[in-house]
Design a protein around this ligand. Sequence first.
Ligand code: TEU
Ligand code: CA
Length: 558
Amino acid sequence: MKTMNNFSDKVIYQIYLKSFKDSNGDGIGDIRGITEQLDYLQALGVDYLWITPFFVSPQNDNGYDVADYRSIDPIFGTMTDLEELIDEAKKRGIELMLDMVFNHTSTSHQWFQKALAGDEKYQNYYIFKDGTPDQPPTNWESKFGGPAWEYVPHLKKWYLHLFDVSQADLNWENPQVREELKEVIRFWKEKGIGGFRFDVVNLISKPEHFENDHIGDGRRFYTDGRHVHEFLKELTADTGLDQYVTVGEMSSTSLDNCIRYSSPAEKELSMCFNFHHLKIDYKDGKKWELMEPDLMRLKGLFETWETGMQEAGGWNALFWCNHDQPRIVSRLGDEGRYWKESAKMLAASVHLMRGTPYIYQGEEIGMTNPHFDDIHQYRDVESLNYYNILLEQGKTSREAMEILQARSRDNGRTPVQWNAGENAGFTEGIPWISLASNYREINVAAQMKESDSIWAFYRKLIRLRKEKPVIAEGQIAFMEKENENVLAYRRILGEEELIVFNNLTGQTTEVCLEDSWKNYRILLTNYEGEESGTEQNLKNVSDDRWTLRPFETLVLEK
Ligand code: TEU
Ligand code: CA
């Protein structure tokens, strides 16, 4: 039986396979590359590796366009390589979590190919609508830009694609589709996979009637759709997924729905990703318009989601970074003077909350955005589409480039910087995407040598979660609510208590101290040379105010 305690002290590490480690010199990260680095991951202390899709795919969306759910794309290796990885990982106490892209398949998938050939059974696997070329069924937009429908002249039908034109949405209303997908889960369970991530799984249930959206891009008609909870319950019950760690990626979702997706009593999923906290620098909610981060909004969202999930028994996935996001140190931290402090502060601020922390490859060494300044350096289909859309909207190429430098998904996809050698030790060939040029300073080898590196700090946070039940299971309550500069909360479990302050800014700032806290010990700070001073406390402080330094994290323990 799944209980929250089975995974509350676990930490999950995300591997974007293409950019993690290349073992054979073709410039593309691969499964054997992960196996080579298992000792590194064990030293860091993570429990699960979420690996982005390695299934056979045309790679139009780097593997999120799956053409065969049961086979490994040869560019990433073989089934034998994967079996070896599973075994070697288990030896180190690490489980694999696979990425199930079940909202859509590649149009190269044989189901779609049969549909195109006229087979009605397989047309019912997708969302085809009769029509004429001049009139798409609705005015919905693809999340990668342009219309969400594509016309197939010889069928006289349109098909729905919420993402790229080569990613056709599956018809979950068709029970045969649901059975096919359950078989995929059973197949990977047999191989010894320990968990699953479900890509945009809150988009799987489309409406009964398709209508135009006059106020948005169509998402309100299919997000957290009418049968999504039933479908997830059925998938979980019929494949025994409640015994596994599962996480759903929830696009533009709501708290109420995420409570249902993740409450143990509902038996849907273990936890949810939501992205509201990563839109606090979107001007008017638009990803492709820049704005300074709204820190009050960030704090408000954390409070709403943390306390809302806690009250109703839901569970959050905690994260800043993934393969779709720019690097957090470049976004909310400081790439210069306070690079190290800000990277550590950002780490502490989410790792000490209630939920399961995710670390995205390279985050643990403070990797930054690459600041590509030539469109030819970009690889991502979304970035390339939007570059053109921005130009069409009248932006200059320089303005469009500035936006990509801040917002492109490729910012998080540059190769992991392993060492100061050629190509940062990622490949002996030509990397499929350029490296960030700072790899001689920022790399794993350098960080592992240094006792108070960002890497060492992440390792400490992972260890603390395992040592201190108050981190894994404690209640959370937010403090300093009116203070724009500081994200602060307390964690409580029985007699155990933590007080956590994070200065989100590059300036000094003050927080309120309660008298009793002055006897608490300092569990953690992120300033050089002070992290091991655990017997210190604030006893001699006479004031009820305390000054935090730029990007300082201060954690007091009762
Ligand atoms: O992403 C879903 C998603 O909606 C966003 O992350 C999206 O890429 C971004 O907001 C667009 O601005 C998932 C995967 O994580 C992503 O890599 C895939 O491209 C996408 O689904 C389609 O499978
Ligand atoms: Ca390779």
